[in-house]
Design a protein around this ligand. Structure first.
Ligand code: LMR
Length: 402
C-alpha cells in the first residue's frame, strides 16, 4: 500500500552529524550541530549536572512512576520563573502557566498545535525570521499553520535588518503570529538591542500580533541569565499575552534528556487554566506524559541556591570558551589577511556565527577540508578549539580567495 510514498529528505543538521561521524580523516572538524564541546572537542557533562545525577542516584524516594501529563510541578514553576524573573508580576497574578514538553522542539510544537486549534484569527500565518532554525517552519507547517518569513539578517551589514523586520510586521495582517528569538538568535548570533525591542514591541502591540518566543540559549548571550531574558520580561511588562518555548538542552547540556517547557503568559488565571487544560489534552494524545530524568536534574538545580550558583559558573565556562574561540578565529583570519571583513565573528553572540560563507564555499570546506557546517554558512563556535581553529581559518582563507 505504500509504494507511492516518496522518500523524505534527511534533516540537514542530523545528516551533517552523521556525515562527520562517517568521515575518517583525522583533520575533520564538526561545526554543524549546536552542541557544546570542550577544548578537547568532547561533549561536556556540566559538573553541576554530574552532582545532580549523584544526588538522584542516592535518593531512595525517587521512582519511575508516570509524571503528571503536564510534567513535574517544581520543574514547570522553576522554568517559568527562570525566564520571567523571580519578581514577575504575571506570576504573582497567577496568570502564568507551564507545560513540560519534549525539549524546545516539543514546546514549540505544543504551542503551535494549540494555536492551530484555538487561535481565533483563522488562517493566520506564523512569521519566522529569515533565516531561522529549520525546524520552526517544519513544526508550524506540520500543524497546518501557514509559514511566512520576516527579514532579519542584513547581508550588507552582517547585522539586524530592523527596517525590514518592522516593515514586515506592519504589513502582516493584524493578529498574525510572530516567532521571535529572545537571545542568541539561531543561526545569525545577532540580537536586537533594548531600544530595537521597544520598536518591535510597539508594532507588535499596534498590530495585535501574537508573540511566540523560542529560547534555547538563555545564559549564552550576555553572560547573565537575567539579561538574556530581557526581551521576554519587557514584553510581559508591556502586557503581551504569549507563549515561550524553553529548551534546557544547551544550557544544561541535557541534549538527549529532552527537558523543555512551554511557559504560557495569559490575560487572566482562568484563561491560563483553560490553555493548560487544552495543552494537557493534546499532550496526552501525543506523548501521554513527559520523561522525568532531565526535568528532575533541572528542577534540582533551579530550586537550590547553591546548585544554581554552580550552574551559573558552568554556564560562564561554556560562554567564555565560545567567546575566546570567536576572538581566536577573528585573529587567525586577520593574520592571514583573508579578504573581507570578519568583525561580525566577534560581534555576534551565542553559540553560532553566521559567517557569510556561501553554499558553494561550504561545499568546498566539506569536500576538501572535511569541515562540516550548514549550507547557510552557520558555524557552531563550540566546535572550534585551540587545536583546530588555525586549520579552519586556513580553510576559510582558501575558499574565500578561490
Ligand atoms: C541546532 O540548531 O544545531 C540545534 O538546535 C540542534 C537541532 O535540534 O537542530
Amino acid at each position: 500500500v505504500f509504494e507511492n510514498v516518496s522518500t523524505a529528505p534527511a534533516d540537514i543538521i542530523f545528516a551533517l552529524t552523521a556525515a562527520y561521524k562517517a568521515d575518517t580523516d583525522p583533520k575533520k572538524v564538526n561545526l554543524g550541530v549546536g552542541a557544546y564541546r570542550t577544548e578537547e572537542g568532547k561533549p561536556w557533562v556540566l559538573p553541576v549536572v554530574h552532582k545532580a545525577d549523584h544526588i538522584m542516584v542516592d535518593d531512595d524516594n525517587l521512582d519511575h512512576e508516570y509524571l503528571p501529563i503536564l510534567g513535574l510541578e517544581q520543574f514547570r514553576k522553576a522554568s517559568a520563573k527562570l525566564i520571567l524573573g523571580a519578581d514577575s508580576k504575571a506570576i504573582a497574578e497567577g496568570r502564568v502557566g507551564a507545560a513540560q514538553c519534549i525539549s524546545g522542539t516539543g514546546a514549540v510544537y505544543a504551542g503551535a498545535h494549540f494555536l492551530s486549534k484555538h487561535y481565533p484569527f483563522k488562517g493566520a500565518a506564523c512569521y519566522i525570521s529569515k533565516p531561522t532554525w529549520a525546524n520552526h517552519r517544519a513544526i508550524f507547517e506540520g500543524v497546518g499553520i501557514p509559514v511566512l518569513e520576516y527579514p532579519y539578517w542584513d547581508p550588507e551589514t552582517k547585522g539586524l535588518d530592523l527596517k525590514g523586520m518592522l516593515g514586515a510586521m506592519e504589513a502582516a495582517p493584524s493578529g498574525s503570529i510572530f516567532l521571535l528569538h529572545p537571545c542568541a538568535h539561531n543561526p545569525t548570533g545577532v540580537d536586537p538591542t533594548p531600544d530595537q525591542w521597544k520598536q518591535i514591541a510597539d508594532v507588535m502591540e499596534a498590530k495585535g500580533h501574537f508573540t511566540f518566543f523560542d529560547t534555547a540559549y538563555q545564559g549564552f548571550a550576555s553572560g547573565s541569565l537575567d539579561k538574556d531574558a530581557y526581551s521576554v520580561r519587557y514584553f510581559v511588562e508591556r502586557g503581551f499575552e504569549m507563549f515561550i518555548a524553553q529548551s534546557f538542552s544547551k544550557n544544561f547540556g541535557l541534549y538527549s534528556e529532552r527537558a523543555g517547557n512551554l511557559t504560557i503568559v495569559a490575560r487572566t488565571p482562568e484563561i491560563k487554566n483553560t490553555i493548560e487544560s487544552q495543552i494537557a489534552k493534546a499532550q496526552r494524545a501525543v506523548i501521554s506524559n513527559p520523561p522525568a530524568y532531565g526535568s528532575r536534574v533541572v528542577s534540582l538545580v533551579l530550586n537550590d541556591e547553591k546548585l544554581y550558583g554552580e550552574w551559573e559558573e558552568n554556564l560562564s565556562t561554556m560562554a567564555n570558551r565560545i567567546i575566546d574561540m570567536r576572538q581566536a578565529l577573528f585573529d587567525e583570519l586577520t593574520a592571514l589577511g583573508t579578504p573581507g571583513s570578519w568583525k561580525h565573528i566577534v560581534d555576534q553572540i551565542g553559540m553560532f556565527s553566521f559567517t557569510g560563507l556561501t553554499t558553494p564555499q561550504v561545499k568546498v570546506l566539506k569536500e576538501k577540508y572535511h569541515v562540516y557546517l550548514t549550507d547557510n554558512g552557520r558555524i557552531s563556535m563550540a566546535g572550534l578549539n585551540t587545536k583546530n581553529v588555525k586549520y579552519f581559518a586556513q580553510a576559510v582563507d582558501d575558499v574565500v580567495r578561490n
